[in-house]
Design a protein around this ligand. Structure first.
Ligand code: NAG
Ligand code: NAG
Ligand code: NAG
Ligand code: NAG
Ligand code: NAG
Length: 784
């Protein structure tokens, strides 16, 4: 038997070489011997820091309970992170780690044994066909079966390469010995089939007891009271933990529902020193996905001296709207509220839990330590309809330094802020003014109802509308769908002065079209408003003028305090020095998409490829680089970022960008105030940037045929624009009617400008390919 173990260890350490590379250079991790930061006080049962429990390792990025999952968890998370193994037994009573009894979706078992027919078992009252570990000998399973990703929002790139692991493999991994948590759930299932494998229930506890000395788990949990009672006194010093899978399920030993059992804490104390509660039993969420007040469960159990672990955390879950899709906010709700802290969190993304505990908890009033500017994208447009009073107020409250207004004009010349000239999507115009819909190829391909075709009075009869970048369950908070009021440019500038923000960004689009086709002078409107607000004669507040049209920027070159920002509204893979000098003729800064700084593989890999040279080249020409739009929704991220907005922020800011443009300024602000954003601070935990290319090169085994990235460099032609046409004199334009629409019979047509692609092209590459996937995240209601 020993030689078998040795060969297995060899095989696993070979695999480990690949997987450690990515993790060690990847992101957050610990320094072994450093000065501990000032101790925080926690409302946990023992007053200590809550622990992170990695369910099947870092199962958010690699197949659950695989070697890369466990080793990445070890290396990206707090040193105290506990590795959870869901124990399953083989026919010959050997243990392996895997949460689903049915191995069909999570492994290659069906193809490994093509002659075998699936078997049907009754699982919790349902007949489920599949392949079950108890039907196989350990040798067959461990040698022939490989793990695959069963949650389809996660990368399939590691499928079919990593074998099932035994708990011995987990504790035997390279590096400091991990703390192990064994969760045992098979008993319930096997109890129904006593004749099938006589005594397997006994074998589960026998396995635990027999392996105590070697595996030394610190925690043993089970949803079954009989199983836990059988271990009392036999597994010291491991803690026995009672797991509540779903409060409405029936506990197999007592045949009572868990919700009934929960009221008898003294009974629970006779066999368990802690309890696992689904997170919703602590902070319930209503049907509108809003967070309700906390239940008393944590306090009740703490009063009785019982520890509480909250389960079900995953960055790629559909979080309550109260968290604004920031997964750290959810952890903080459980560990950093004024009433209690849970004693641990059980999660698929242990790095994010680690940074919440070590970097973000109890850190609200810390000073900003990252230099990059926080620039809003139409205010806090992740939470409220873009460019409304509420979006701007929240942006300022959330720490935005530069609030932004994309200026639009009404037909009668009122300048106001709105994400786009097209009112469809950003307002309720579609329900009232569909007859004004036209197609203007100079502006966008699809039909629109444009602000410059409606009077200000007509526009004020509309309501703003929260536009969702992602569909389905990732749509933004429906409770705020039509919240807030439109804001004129004058009101916007007033607000900026009143709230003394660091600065304003004024974005100007479609200037040439408006001048020649509508007789509207948007440049003049902005100039007048800024001067009326005396922002042209001061240098206390920054004024950024942004446009995708360099001719517009030229109009502002005489006011030296203004910073001119050229928006590059297309994907580029970098720039030459020469083109940077061309940019410098018009602008002091560029605003680029995220994938112009961190290049990525073509779809459908969704992983990073390399950094571009953009930041270096622009900085060499003394041009600042702003990047956006950053968003929190998990679909918005390359897999390298672990569905964690903080990892992307670390990557972009440590690459040297001068500002980030975001729908969720609160998240950027929290990152920039965290001590862990300083890579040189030598703290126990640091939020590290990704190393582009590492995940693909080191973890991905199922590599798709490589297509060379076809994205070009920035060209001079992208920078140079024709001079703005004069503002046409249009006398009393007749009200637009559908029959006229689209016929550009007006004066000299505007030169064709790069179209406004603001909400179209940079929404994150993952959208299309992952729409199909949205329904799959059913792992929360565990599959047994
Ligand atoms: C396996 O995947 C299929 C198809 O997505 C799904 O219907 C089934 O519930 C899954 N079974 C398990 C055990 O996860
Ligand atoms: C969640 O958000 C809603 C709406 O803003 C608010 O009413 C509620 O109090 C919040 N819940 C918690 C627990 O803070
Ligand atoms: C100048 O600003 C004030 C207050 O911000 C506003 O009421 C007024 O209409 C503005 N005038 C012009 C010409 O924009
Ligand atoms: C990454 O970019 C750098 C500099 O921009 C270049 O030297 C290097 O070859 C690139 N690596 C890959 C794998 O493309
Ligand atoms: C860089 O540009 C800024 C204005 O954006 C200017 O104040 C500064 O002097 C420039 N520095 C160099 C070295 O050219």
């Amino acid at each position: 038997q020993d030689w078998k173990k040795m060969i297995r260890q060899l095989l696993l350490s070979f695999l480990l070489i690949q997987t450690t590379l990515v993790a060690a250079r990847g992101r957050g991790r610990r320094h072994p011997a450093v000065v501990p930061p000032p101790a925080k006080k926690w409302l946990t049962l023992n007053g200590g820091e809550p622990v992170v429990v990695a369910r099947g390792g870092f199962s958010g990025i690699a197949p659950e309970s695989s070697l890369p999952a466990y080793s990445t968890a070890q290396q990206t998370s707090l040193a105290s992170t506990i590795l959870l193994c869901d124990l399953q037994l083989t026919k010959d009573a050997q243990g392996f780690c895997q949460s689903s009894l049915n191995l069909q979706n999570a492994t290659t078992i069906a193809t490994a044994f093509p002659d075998l027919k699936p078997r049907t078992y009754n699982i919790n009252g349902k007949n489920v066909e599949g392949f079950y570990g108890v039907d196989f000998l350990a040798d067959d399973l461990l040698k022939n079966v490989f793990l695959v990703q069963s949650i389809y929002s996660r990368s399939p790139g590691m499928d079919g390469s990593y074998p099932l692991l035994t708990p011995y493999d987990v504790v035997g991994m390279q590096g400091p010995p991990p703390v192990l948590w064994m969760n045992v759930e098979c008993c319930n299932f096997v109890l129904q089939y006593p004749s099938f494998y006589d005594g397997l229930k006994l074998s589960s506890s026998a396995f635990i007891i027999d392996t105590m000395r070697d595996l030394n788990p610190a925690y043993i949990s089970s949803p079954e009271i009989g199983f836990l009672k059988g271990l009392v006194g036999k597994v010291n010093p491991a803690k026995l933990i009672f797991k509540i899978p779903d409060i409405n399920e029936v506990e197999p030993t007592t045949k009572k529902t868990y919700v009934t059992l929960l009221s008898d804490i003294n009974m629970i104390k006779t066999f368990a020193s802690g309890i696992i509660l689904p997170k919703e039993s602590i902070w319930p969420v209503d049907s509108g996905r809003l967070l309700l007040p906390a239940t008393s469960s944590v306090s009740d159990f703490h009063k009785a001296g019982v520890e509480v672990y909250a389960s079900g955390f995953a960055n790629d879950d559909y979080l309550s709207y109260n968290y604004s899709y920031d997964p750290t906010k959810e952890y903080l709700q459980f560990i950093d509220n004024s009433q209690f802290s849970v004693d641990g969190v059980i999660t698929d993304f242990p790095a994010t839990a680690s940074e919440s505990i070590a970097c973000l908890a109890q850190n609200k009033n810390a000073p900003k330590i990252v230099k990059a500017l926080i620039i809003s994208d139409d205010g806090a447009s992740g939470d409220y309809p873009g460019s409304t009073d509420l979006a701007y107020q929240k942006a300022i409250d959330d720490g935005t330094e530069i609030i932004d207004c994309s200026v639009q004009l009404s037909k009668d010349g009122t300048a106001f802020c709105l994400p786009s000239a097209d009112l469809i999507g950003t307002t309720t115009a579609a329900s009232l003014f569909m007859d004004r819909s036209t197609r203007i190829p100079e502006i966008q391909d699809k039909n629109g109802i444009f602000s410059f075709d409606l009077t200000w009075t007509e526009i004020q009869s509309l309501k703003p509308q929260l536009a969702s970048v992602f569909d389905g369950p990732l749509a933004r908070n429906p409770a705020n769908k039509n919240a807030g009021k439109f804001v004129t440019l004058n009101e916007f500038l007033d607000l900026a002065k009143k709230r003394a923000v660091t600065g304003v960004l004024i974005n100007i689009e479609n200037a040439a079209y408006l001048a020649s086709n509508k007789g509207l002078d948007i440049v003049g409107a902005v100039t007048t408003a800024l001067s009326n607000a005396t922002l042209d004669k001061q240098s206390t507040q920054k004024v950024l003028i942004q446009s995708d049209d360099s001719s517009v920027l030229s109009k502002f070159q005489d006011i030296k305090t203004y910073q001119r920002v050229l928006a590059i509204d297309k994907d580029i893979s970098g720039s030459t020095q020469e083109t940077a000098q061309e940019v410098k003729k018009y602008a002091d800064a560029v605003k680029v998409f995220r994938n112009s700084i961190v290049l990525d593989y073509p779809n459908p890999v969704f992983m990073s490829l390399n950094y571009s040279n953009l930041v270096e080249v622009m900085h060499a020409a003394n041009i600042s680089v702003y990047v956006g739009i950053l968003r929190n929704e998990f679909q918005n991220f390359l897999f390298d970022y672990y569905a964690d907005p903080y990892v992307e922020l670390a990557t972009l800011t440590q690459k040297g960008v001068d500002g980030i443009v975001t729908d969720y300024p609160a998240t950027a602000n929290a990152y920039m105030r965290s001590p862990c954003s300083n890579p040189n601070a030598n703290l126990p935990y640091t939020i590290l940037p990704i190393n582009p290319g590492d995940m693909f090169n080191n973890l991905v085994t199922a590599k798709p045929p490589e297509a060379a990235p076809a994205v070009p460099l920035l060209q001079n032609a992208d920078v140079d624009d024709p001079a703005l046409p004069p503002v046409a004199k249009i006398s009393a334009p007749p009200p637009a009617s559908p029959s006229e629409s689209g016929s550009n019979s007006l004066p000299a047509p505007a030169p064709k400008k790069s179209r406004s692609t603001k909400t179209a092209s940079n929404t994150g590459l993952m959208v299309a390919a992952m729409v199909a996937v949205l329904t799959i995240l059913s792992y929360n209601s565990k599959v047994y």
